[in-house]
Design a binder for this molecule. Structure first.
Ligand SMILES: Cc1c2[nH]c(c1CCC(=O)O)Cc1[nH]c(c(CCC(=O)O)c1C)Cc1[nH]c(c(CCC(=O)O)c1C)Cc1[nH]c(c(C)c1CCC(=O)O)C2
Length: 341
């Protein structure tokens, strides 16, 4: 199926574009009343995420309502631990919780390397439906968490500011940590390949907790596993987004990936210099969308001017915050689309 709008894919591959493409991390979610209605009907986040027809519906909403240049499959990074045998719960207004966590070698041995066609069939089915319903309008993005970020949740068992329980394992039992990271990596590679096979046009790796590691620890416990994934995924372009990993930009430039995502703490000009050969994605502070329409336009235009119009995918520097006014989001998206490059 030939895509009618392939701006994001062309930008990712470094090909020329007529205008800057735009999408938003966490675009399929609570900012839209239309999402909240489907979520209500589903009864719970997990029910919504595991029911392919409903997951497909909320995946397409931002394309129809906000006008984004891509859809991102509605799911969560935590479906991977679940597929490996460690289920999660989503506690209202608290976030994810794992009733059982990984503490020793026995726990790691008990985990399986998932077969996505079995344990993650519901995500793949949702991808099949979305591809059919999008009918080539825009590309579909797939995703997975980076092994280190998934490790954090599997060992800590819940969200945390410091993930000190998870980090403790890195320092006190590094071999154990590596064994778990490798098992997560093997599952993630199989999962992303399956997403591409089912029609994901590009995949993004979210290393949301990269910023809690020292540069040394990041080089040991995160980058090698991201590198394995990048080397293994040759079917579609790959984006690596490591929140807070400003210290690793030089190494990111050497990864076998097409796009590097930036957060708002990373200076644009400096990042272009450090990552000269790749497409960059980002990096508006999501809080800008709390300001006036005029301010949003001003900050968005300044951002595009700094990145330049080519080898660039406009986005926020992290996921959109749930209490953001959809009209402000539309203003951001329209400003990007109307920018003459
Ligand atoms: C760390 C992380 C998680 N999940 C994800 C990350 C990496 C990206 C990032 O750093 O933001 C990724 C994710 N989670 C979700 C998506 C959907 C696709 C999209 O629109 O981007 C994506 C790409 C849906 C979701 N995942 C979650 C919701 C909200 C739950 C609900 O609607 O009830 C949604 C729409 C729940 C979730 N899931 C997670 C947390 C910490 C929480 C609770 C806090 C929160 O709500 O943001 C783990």
């Amino acid at each position: 199926m030939k895509l009618q709008n392939d701006l994001i894919l062309r930008a990712a591959k470094g090909e020329r574009v007529e205008r800057v493409p735009v999408w938003m991390m966490r675009q399929a979610g609570r900012i839209l009343p239309e999402y909240r209605a489907v979520r209500e009907k589903a009864g719970s986040f997990i029910k919504l995420a595991t029911t392919p027809e409903m997951a497909a519906e909320v995946t397409i909403q931002p394309v129809d309502i906000l006008g984004t240049d891509a859809a991102i499959i509605f799911s969560d990074i935590l479906v991977v631990p679940e597929a490996m045998g460690l289920p999660y719960e989503m506690v209202e207004s608290k976030g994810p919780v794992f009733p059982k966590v990984i503490q020793n070698k026995k726990d790691i041995d008990a985990l399986r390397i998932a077969n996505p066609e079995n344990e993650l069939a519901y995500v793949l089915k949702a991808i099949d439906i979305v591809k059919k319903e999008l009918n080539g309008r825009v590309p579909l993005l797939g995703f997975a968490g980076a092994p280190f970020t998934i490790f954090c949740y599997m060992v800590e068992g819940k969200g945390s500011k410091t993930f000190s329980i998870a980090k403790k394992m890195l320092y006190s039992e590094p071999e154990l940590a590596h064994a778990l990271l490798q098992k997560i990596t093997d599952t993630t590679i199989a999962y992303l390949k399956a997403q591409a096979k089912h029609g994901a046009d590009l995949v993004q790796i979210f290393d949301s907790w990269a910023g809690i590691l020292s540069p040394d620890q990041y080089r040991k416990f995160s980058l090698p596993y991201i590198a394995q994934i990048c080397d293994a995924i040759n079917e579609v372009p790959v984006t690596v987004f490591a929140k807070g990993a400003f210290f690793a930009r030089k190494e990111m430039s050497k990864l076998n990936c097409d796009v590097v995502g930036l957060d708002w703490n990373m200076d644009i000009t400096e990042s272009r210099r450090m990552i000269p050969h790749k497409t960059l994605q980002g990096n508006l502070d999501p809080c800008v969308l709390y300001s006036s329409f005029k301010e949003i336009e001003k900050h968005t235009k300044k951002m595009i001017k700094n990145f330049g119009g080519q080898k660039y995918i406009a986005n926020l520097g992290h996921g959109v915050y749930p209490d953001t006014d959809p009209e402000k989001v539309k203003c951001f998206i329209e400003t990007v689309k109307n920018y003459t490059i």
